[in-house]
Design a protein around this ligand. Structure first.
Ligand code: SF4
Length: 94
């Protein structure tokens, strides 16, 4: 791993906060789950150079995996249907 992924966690949190504010969502209020997802995103960024969704299998094909870069292709629909995205990072506001 070229970078220690833990160093990337603060900027990953900042990215998620900014996106949530812009899109009208909120982050998971459960800090433990939130931290686990942020850690997974930071790890993927350190490993693969992109914030791939930690909850989806990667194919290894960048074309195919592009849809899995956070915020992924499916999150809006998931939040609309379930109130949260698949990873439980972004939540609908109450
Ligand atoms: S499921 Fe959530 S955390 Fe995972 S990529 Fe999609 S928006 Fe990001």
């Amino acid at each position: 791993m070229s970078e220690n992924y833990k160093d990337l966690i603060p900027e990953t949190r900042e990215f998620a906060e900014k996106y949530a504010a812009r899109a009208g969502y909120k982050l998971n209020p459960n800090e433990e789950i939130l931290n686990a997802v942020l850690e997974g995103l930071a790890r993927n960024k350190a490993l693969y150079g992109k914030r791939y969704c930690p909850c989806r299998m990667l194919s290894g094909n960048p074309e195919e995996d592009r849809a899995k870069i956070c915020p992924c292709k499916w999150h809006k629909e998931e939040i609309e249907q379930d109130g949260m995205c698949h990873c439980q990072l972004y939540f609908a506001k109450d």
